[in-house]
Design a protein around this ligand. Sequence first.
Ligand SMILES: NC(=O)c1ccc[n+]([C@@H]2O[C@H](COP(=O)([O-])OP(=O)(O)OC[C@H]3O[C@@H](n4cnc5c(N)ncnc54)[C@H](OP(=O)(O)O)[C@@H]3O)[C@@H](O)[C@H]2O)c1
Length: 331
Amino acid sequence: MSTIKKVALGSQGLVVPAEGLGCMGMTSGVAGMSVYGEADEAESLATLHRALELGINLLDTADLYGPMLNERLVGKVLAGRRQGIILATKFGFEVDDNEQYTGKLNGHPQYARKCIERSLKNLGTDYVDLYYLHRVDPRVPIEDSIGEMSRFVEEGKVRYLGVSETTPEELRRAHQVHPITALQTEYSLFDRGVEETGSLQAARELGIGFVAYSPLGRGFLSGDIKSPDDFEANDSRRFFPRYQGENFYKNLELVEKLQTLAQAKDLTAAQLAIAWVLAQNVVAIPGTKRRKYLEANVAAASITLSPQELAELEAIMPVGSSAGAAYPAMF
Ligand SMILES: NC(=O)c1ccc[n+]([C@@H]2O[C@H](COP(=O)([O-])OP(=O)(O)OC[C@H]3O[C@@H](n4cnc5c(N)ncnc54)[C@H](OP(=O)(O)O)[C@@H]3O)[C@@H](O)[C@H]2O)c1
């Protein structure tokens, strides 16, 4: 059993391991794409079980992933150990009754209710620990979406509420309707947008926990991807501006510097990248569908970086150093 550090997430009493497990890549992506290459269900399940053995009991999924297949997969490890697991899922990218992503956001209260019932069924549980609004629907005031989600808490279907990718203003408005436990947004050496937008600072001021998604820059910070051809034909990263054309090679130069620094410390670049995120006093949820990466990533949670090491990292990857937009236009 690992001795992974436990931390308070938000101010409502939720305690989580400093590092959780991102499950998104364990099933297919939207529109028939693979998220980060083809997944093998047996290895994904073995990874989930190994994570739980290692104390990584914060599992991050969403109805969008698969769609639905990811929640069903995660649901398979709950039997007999539900109370020991902190299950986080999300709604807000609209998924229709044929389980297809419609390309729209939907934060309407009625849709939220349909989603929580659907997620509970897919997960095979009667409560979700942390329920996120995956994106704010610009057509629906955040007060309305969060207002309905707060009723799920009253009804015992959800324990804590979260939001994802909000502005500081939206975060404040949401928090006034019901205490928000976590803001989940992309954050890594590769994407420090939350420092620039002020949303990380806003979360800190409000006592809201911060969960860093894609802490490995969708795998790019591992240094294992050397050319856009390393992505499988239908790997979703082929559609992300950061991993295309000139951007790819500019970003690769940054990653090579990270690798050099990691090698000098006898670490992998992925481990150094995770250690940097954790050093920002946030929770990280690196994603993997393989036990070998999981184990390496868990080991990264024990690394303490000195002020000098943090300054070296800052020097090679300062705010704004990566090239290309975080998302393709469809998102
Ligand atoms: N709220 C949101 O909008 C949002 C958006 C994106 C993601 N998320 C959540 O955040 C989680 C994590 O983000 P992410 O999965 O997008 O990106 P990530 O954690 O930055 O990177 C995942 C990628 O890194 C690879 N990887 C993991 N550990 C590695 C290691 N030690 N060495 C080499 N490669 C390694 C994985 O490979 P394998 O796949 O081969 O294991 C996968 O391709 C997701 O699973 C999801 O739950 C949320």
